[in-house]
Design a protein around this ligand. Structure first.
Ligand code: PLP
Length: 386
């Protein structure tokens, strides 16, 4: 089906930071399949984990215990200070689980029509519930009727949250990205998540954080909310978790931890041994190579370098980022840049028509980081001349 506006290129192989097309041209991947291949293409540790697991056992139903799944769950809980995990296959599915948990929480409190607070410009997925939670009229267009049970305020506006909570007794949870990715790497004020946590505690409602894009080390911590010393009640992961092998997870703790009981929710493929082996290898690799620290250092380096080289450039509005979630917001539309970037041998992305988004791998060398900066600066400077 024609659901994608595709660029006219096909990649044949990848290794680390690099991709090769069918004519053997090499490209620096500063997008990682949209925040997925964080530890590089064809990572040998992940490949070996997948191959060894497939040789041994690739699927059994969740009707039985799955050792690899239990081990991964324990690992994720230790990393996040959370209690329980439901495994699935994508970010949308992880958020579906989070939404169902919040509704169940409300129903059990006697709220017949529970409502979840979501944010303007949020991105939570394309399934009907997550599309409703997503704050993009463009993505929702033509798919009505959307689901009831959601209300929306502006991102990074704590007063709006307080205001709506004063007037809506049916709110059972807040679902928010710690950093809005698809909206162009929008980073809230330092106190925003801390205040959201306090408000949710006061009202005894659930704080759900969508870390599908910001999680798994991308911002220099395992999860972006860990920069603020808070723990959510519910957290969702996917993308970088399997480094390209499809796996998602919905973690829960405290009041949310034991809401799902046998029969409440399920997935045929979710938490299969192969996906869990891949994710465990991703985590071990990040630990072994000390990539959390590295992502933080690299991010600062790239932002500093972009800022120095683009200072005074009239087409640049703002350069911002956290770790390796980096945006260069231009004053004019630049949707043509990803195509032009291919001509320069680099993969980048543009969101919201005027924001260049960089989501490079955590394994970049300093030299490769500088190459990204040089190529992006050159693209922007040539964009000026047009
Ligand atoms: N949540 C966030 C923050 C995302 O960025 C995305 C995808 O871009 C999703 C959820 C949906 O994930 P998936 O495409 O795996 O369903």
């Amino acid at each position: 089906m024609r659901s994608y506006g595709r660029l006219p290129i096909s990649f044949e192989r990848g290794s680390g930071v690099w991709l090769w097309d069918s004519e053997n041209n090499r490209y620096l991947d500063a997008l990682c399949g949209i925040a997925v291949t964080g530890i590089g293409h064809s990572n040998p540790d992940v490949n070996n984990a997948i191959i060894n697991q497939i040789k041994n056992l690739s699927h059994v139903s969740n009707l039985y215990r799955i050792g690899k799944q239990e081990q991964l769950a324990e690992k994720l809980c230790r990393m996040s200070n959370m209690q329980n995990v439901f495994f699935c296959n994508s970010g949308s599915e992880a958020n579906e689980a989070a939404i169902k948990l919040m509704r169940l929480f409300g129903q059990q409190k006697g709220i017949k029509e529970p409502q979840i607070l979501v944010m303007e410009k949020a991105w939570h997925g394309r399934s009907l519930a997550t599309l409703t939670a997503t704050g993009s009229v463009l993505a929702q267009k033509g798919f009505g009727p959307l689901l009831p049970g959601f209300c929306r305020v502006a991102f990074n506006d704590i007063d709006s949250v307080k205001d709506i909570l004063d007037h809506n007794q049916d709110l059972v949870g807040v679902l928010v990205e710690p950093i809005q990715g698809e909206a162009g790497i929008q980073i809230p004020d330092k106190k925003y998540l801390i205040e959201l946590r306090a408000i949710c505690d006061d009202r005894e409602i659930l704080l759900g954080l969508d870390e599908v894009q910001s999680g798994m080390g991308r911002t220099g911590k395992w999860f972006a909310h860990q920069h603020h010393d808070i723990t959510p009640d519910v957290m969702t992961l996917a993308k970088g978790l399997g480094n390209g092998f499809p796996i998602g997870a919905c973690l829960a703790t405290g009041l949310a931890a034991d809401l799902f009981q046998p029969g409440s929710h399920g997935s045929t493929f979710g938490g299969n041994p192969v996906g869990c082996a891949a994710a465990a290898a991703v985590i071990s690799f990040i630990e072994k190579e000390n990539l959390l620290t590295r992502a933080g250092i690299l991010g600062e380096k790239i932002i500093k370098s972009l800022t120095e080289r683009l200072v005074g450039n009239p087409s640049v509005n703002q350069i911002r980022g956290s770790g390796l979630m980096i945006a260069v917001e231009l004053k004019t539309k630049c949707s043509d840049l990803p195509r032009k970037a291919l001509g320069e041998g680099i993969l980048i992305n543009v969101t919201g028509e005027n924001t260049i988004r960089l989501l490079p791998p955590l394994i970049l060398s300093n030299e490769e980081a500088e190459q990204i900066v040089a190529k992006v600066v050159s693209l922007i400077e040539n964009h000026d001349n047009n």
